[in-house]
Design a protein around this ligand. Structure first.
Ligand code: COI
Length: 355
């Protein structure tokens, strides 16, 4: 019986493919889904702790039509990336910060969450098992998507009786179709993204579908993304649909303070630290839309987006143009961040983890 059980366990283990790279066009990666071979799944019931997860081939999952996530949106997600160094090694960028953010989000959404160690272990397993999907150095990264959801069935509005933590991955290049060219943003005045007391500060899935209408309206007019204003005064910058925003004036770099309506981006936090190291004055504050229109530079940050320059912002009937290019602050900060993430610059901060 012992031998049979050992055999069963052995069969459950994924077979790693040892061909070095998946057969895809590495030169034309956008942000589309190209599922990597394996996903990681871990389940637990309400009031219980997550114990052990496992890798399985990427594929559909089964959910009851009455799953909490489908009916009441009880779910949060994360985004992190694995990068390939020039020598082929894989690096992760501050995954423990994603783990902590997922924990805080789970508390807000009344869900049990994986421990920091469990989260980081799962992300490492996914990067390692899907190594052939991590783009060659300089061509992109493996985007890793940890997802925590109320998967158990529930009819009345209440926390789901079972939770599923899934991690899947896809190789990606630039998030925006503009590639590395500057973005054109539109300040949204009808819809808001989040309100004080809401869940705008956590990566709840419920923060994302409601932005689609404003986003697609702006895209149909040729803009790359929308900038949201605060829900109370409709005068202060919040964030874009998919990323945080920074404003540069002289040697001062400002970004909206996180007060529960703005996502506390890990790229945001890292860029703030790099900018301070370089002697810029970095301020987290309420950024008035007039200040945005009067800035020297504007740029966006996010895991998916990276550090992306903004070329123009349109607000009401005004259109501001900003400095971009090699000499810009954005480009200087971006090259340090990307250098650390891809192992080209020595990591003196303990930000990268080898897989
Ligand atoms: C990320 O940057 O990882 C995000 O979650 C943003 C998403 C809209 C792709």
């Amino acid at each position: 019986a012992q031998a049979a059980s050992a055999l069963r366990e052995e069969r459950k283990k994924p077979v790693y493919r040892d061909d070095e790279y998946a057969d895809i066009d590495w030169d034309n990666l956008g942000f589309g889904l190209t599922p990597a071979d394996y996903m990681y799944v871990m389940k637990c019931s309400k009031d219980c702790e997550f114990t052990e997860g496992e890798l399985s081939p990427y594929g559909n999952i089964q959910l009851s039509p009455s799953a909490g996530v489908l009916n009441y949106g009880q779910a949060i997600y994360e985004g992190t990336k694995a990068y390939r160094k020039e020598n082929g090694e894989l690096l992760l960028f501050r995954p423990e910060h994603n783990a902590i953010r997922m924990k805080l989000g789970a508390e807000r959404m009344l869900m049990p969450s994986p421990s920091v160690d469990q989260f980081v272990h799962a992300v490492k397993q996914i990067a390692f098992a899907n190594k052939r999907w991590v783009p060659p150095s300089g061509k992109g990264s493996l985007y890793i998507r940890p997802l925590l959801m109320g998967s158990g069935p529930i009819l009345g509005l209440a926390p789901a009786p079972e939770y599923t933590f899934i991690v899947y991955a896809s190789p990606v290049g630039n998030y925006f179709k503009e590639g590395i060219a500057a973005l054109n943003l539109h300040v949204e005045e009808e819809y808001v993204r989040a309100a004080p007391g809401g869940a705008g500060g956590v990566k709840s899935i419920t923060n994302y579908a409601p932005v689609l209408k404003a986003l697609s309206r702006a895209k149909s007019k040729g803009f790359s993304d929308v900038l949201y204003l605060d829900s109370v005064k409709k005068k202060y910058l919040e964030e874009a649909s998919s990323c945080n925003v920074f404003v540069v004036k002289g040697r001062t770099i400002s970004t909206p303070a996180t007060n529960g309506t703005i996502l506390e981006g890990i790229t945001r936090k890292s860029v703030m630290e790099i900018a301070s190291d370089q002697g810029y004055q970095v301020e987290e504050k309420a950024v008035h839309v007039d200040e945005v229109m009067d800035a020297d530079e504007v740029f966006c940050t996010g895991t998916a987006v990276g550090v992306a320059p903004v070329g123009t912002i349109t607000y009401q009937d005004k259109r501001a143009e900003y400095k971009t290019g090699d000499e810009s602050v954005c480009q200087r900060l971006r090259s340090v961040l990307v250098g650390i993430q891809t192992g080209l610059i020595k990591d003196t901060k303990g930000w990268v983890t080898c897989v």
